[in-house]
Design a protein around this ligand. Structure first.
Ligand code: MN
Ligand code: MN
Length: 477
């Protein structure tokens, strides 16, 4: 008798948990009893450990740029200089004002045949200091803040904060400041009301419980030793002057911000997750960076890695993805082999690498389970983002989605297709449309995140690793 065909296995699309592909037993790496084949799992652990180190030390877009350049130099990249000799296999980077970065590995095909781009952003939600931040009230010194990006304000009170950023002096010198990262440094915080006196506050809508203008960072309480006014403020300034040589006026040309002081750590008994501040979008930034550094020799098409700034505020400005700095750099590469920039764009491929929302079983109502990204199911592709009737989206053409399926499948990269939240639930966007608008075929792909935009976000190690593999596969296609 003829055997009955297994139509389910043949016809249904049934994604699997990534750990089923790791062929592992579920026992955490390093545990003595683990006998599972190590290769892919070890590569994942190695990759994630490096990412954890990078994220821990890259808490602003400027720090991301500095740390990326250091890694790139160690892998043979040199700073791009207009007119320099470029040939297949050349490795260059362009530092855009210390806040954005582009790296390229020149391919064997001319630029006019198209390039493979990965674009992610390095800015994350945070509390920026105002340009005149310092004041004293009730013999306590504070910094006024203006929040950056989309935050739930109540999440940012009563947690430890660090100060990061730069102070540009009239002399032309720029001072880089980090206070709180080193365990021997002091840290800072924004106070909140005790529950005993918070009856009125707790009855408000969550969006109104904390006012932006009450998000003032406590920075000192010990008065300067004299009989004058504002003695605590003076003591703070005296300290800053002794350490950095600055005066109050210098805050005016500074970019200082407070970021969460939490360490980036493996999370969960099985260490399968990573908790930290700023996964959005440094988790994708690091994936595309590590992938471009790992290219050996000359790929077929030129590979370009972009660290964009200002995504959380709409991608405007000289360091954002709408900036002509991108055209400038690619045009320079085109000039080297006589290609036209518009031919290059028309034939290029871009992965807009940004995080998406992971399905959260604690809040199932906002997601449509069939079309949500799941932790441990690999890099998450989004055909479109935006909100309402797909407003404000790039919406990758079906042919491009098919091409990406082929590239990822051919390179054993686990991927999933997702949409962020239920229809009409909300939405969001990223840099994809600014690339699509340039006549570049673009698709969204990135790591699913729990608690996105919170001071402490969570991603799955497996998805981080698959996103790295995705970027490598796209660069080298
Ligand atoms: Mn993002
Ligand atoms: Mn974001």
């Amino acid at each position: 008798m003829e055997e009955k065909k297994d139509y389910r296995a043949e016809l249904f699309y049934e994604p699997k948990n990534g750990y089923d592909f790791l062929k592992g037993c579920g026992v955490p790496t390093g545990y003595d009893g683990c006998v599972c084949p190590p290769t892919e799992r070890e590569l994942m652990d190695k990759y994630c450990s490096e990412y954890i180190r990078f994220l821990d030390n890259s808490r602003t877009e400027r720090e991301c740029v500095v740390n990326a350049i250091e890694l790139a130099k160690a892998e043979g990249f040199t700073e791009f200089v207009p007119g320099m000799e470029l040939k297949p296999g050349s490795r260059v980077y362009y530092n855009n004002r210390g806040k954005a970065l582009m790296l390229a590995v020149l391919g064997s095909e001319p630029m006019s045949r198209g390039i493979n781009i990965a674009a992610a952003h390095t800015d994350s939600p945070r509390l920026d200091l105002k340009q005149l931040p310092l004041y004293e009230d009730s013999e306590l010194a504070f910094f006024k803040t203006h929040y950056y990006g989309g935050i739930k304000k109540y999440q940012w009170t009563a947690i430890p904060l660090e100060l990061h950023g730069s102070i540009a002096l009239k002399s032309g010198e720029t001072l880089d400041i980090v206070i709180g990262r080193d365990k021997s440094d002091p840290i800072f915080t924004v106070s909140d009301l005790l529950p005993h006196l918070a009856g009125e506050q707790m009855a408000k809508k969550m969006s109104e419980g904390i006012k932006a203008e009450s998000m003032n960072i406590l920075i000192g309480s010990a008065p300067y030793d004299d009989d004058g006014s504002d003695r605590v403020k003076l003591a703070v300034l005296a300290y800053l002057n002794s350490q950095y040589g600055i005066r109050e006026e210098d805050f005016i040309s500074a970019e200082l911000c407070a970021v969460p002081a939490f360490d980036v750590r493996y999370l969960g008994l099985d260490r399968s997750l990573i908790g930290g501040y700023g996964h959005d979008d440094r988790v994708c930034t690091f994936a595309e960076l590590r992938a471009i550094l790992d290219i050996k020799g000359a790929p077929r098409r030129t590979a370009v890695c972009i660290f964009a700034d200002k995504e959380e505020t709409g991608s405007d400005g000289v360091s954002g993805m709408k900036s002509g700095a991108f055209e400038w750099f690619i045009h320079q590469l085109c000039k080297a082999d006589g290609s036209e920039l518009d031919d290059c764009f028309a034939n290029s491929l871009c992965v807009s690498a940004d995080v998406t929302a992971a399905f959260d079983p604690n809040y199932p109502d906002v997601s449509e389970k069939r079309n949500s990204a799941r932790l441990n199911y690999g890099v998450a592709l989004c055909k479109f983002t935006g909100s309402r009737g797909k407003s404000g989206t790039n919406d990758a053409p079906a042919e491009l989605v098919a091409k990406i399926r082929r590239i990822l499948d051919n390179n054993s990269v686990q991927w999933q297709m997702c949409e962020m939240g239920k229809v009409d639930q909300g939405g969001g966007g990223t840099v994809a449309m600014f690339m699509g608008n340039r006549n570049i075929d673009t698709i969204d792909a990135g790591v699913p995140v729990l608690s996105m935009h919170a001071p402490y976000e969570v991603v799955a190690a497996y998805d981080c690793y698959m996103t790295y593999k995705c970027m490598y596969a796209v660069y080298t296609d």
